[in-house]
Design a protein around this ligand. Structure first.
Ligand code: ATP
Ligand code: MG
Length: 227
């Protein structure tokens, strides 16, 4: 039997993912700044909220209400009623926000259709090479373990974004968070910038699909992926 999928609405990405995001596991998107990670999360989140389900959205970057408005149009107010948005300003707050989102999703009082953590690693990155690095790593591990367990238990798709570091020896952009994150996320996508509004999505890891790639375009009203 085919597992359930959450259709993202970006046709090329849905095809790449065999229909959409897995609904019982964590999907990780990593990629350089401006590669479209946040815009993709917002697009999917609006789609879920529009369908009447709740979105628990942990945002460490300052979500763009202008962009939400551009995607949601005159449905914005109705859609925001289905958004439980938290905007932590430091690592401990992020930990509490993720724990709350997971607890509410498991509680089941609100039908939750998506959990987003964008970005999961911003505060973690800030702690690297400081005396807080071990604490930050531990906090990230606990959060991601909670998200993995929640995705499976509810079940609910979980979308997290991750920042990158440049491997000088390999000349590649690598995701932060090391092997733990790499194992915890059952689907991993890398977003890459192409000229202009074009972006490439590379399927780096999936439980049941081969590696592959797709493209989408950023437009003023949402992401388009016909190719
Ligand atoms: P970061 O790692 O910095 O958070 P990100 O991967 O989340 O980056 P986004 O914020 O999703 O990136 O994407 C921003 C990119 O989208 C920028 O490169 C911006 O130029 C582009 N962009 C935003 N709006 C439009 C638009 N209407 N048309 C074309 N490109 C756009
Ligand atoms: Mg972003």
């Amino acid at each position: 039997m085919e597992p359930d999928r959450l259709v993202t609405g970006v046709a090329s990405v849905d095809r790449l993912l065999g229909g959409g995001l897995e609904t019982d596991s964590v999907t990780e998107i990593y990629g350089e700044g401006g590669s479209g990670k946040t815009l993709f999360c917002l697009d999917v989140a609006v789609r879920v909220a529009r369908s009447g389900k709740w979105v628990f959205y942990v945002d460490t970057e300052g979500v763009s209400v202008d962009r939400l408005h551009a995607i949601a149009g005159n449905e914005l107010d109705r859609i925001l009623k289905r958004f439980l948005l938290s905007s932590p300003k430091e690592l401990d707050e992020q930990g509490r926000a993720v724990a709350t989102a997971c607890a509410l999703a498991r509680e089941g009082k609100r039908p939750v259709g998506l959990i987003v953590v964008d970005s999961a690693t911003m505060f973690y990155r800030l702690s690297l090479s400081s005396s807080d690095e071990d604490t930050a790593r531990q906090s990230l591990v606990l959060e991601v373990a909670d998200l993995v367990a929640t995705a499976l238990a509810v079940p609910v798709p979980v979308l997290i974004t991750n920042q990158v570091w440049r491997s000088v020896s390999e000349g590649t952009l690598e995701p932060l968070g090391g092997s733990f994150l790499n194992h915890a996320a059952k689907t991993i996508l890398r977003f890459e910038r192409l000229p202009g509004p074009r972006r490439r999505v590379v399927l780096v890891k999936h439980r049941s699909l081969p590696e592959g790639s797709a493209e989408f375009r950023i437009t003023s009203s949402g992401l388009e992926g016909s190719g």
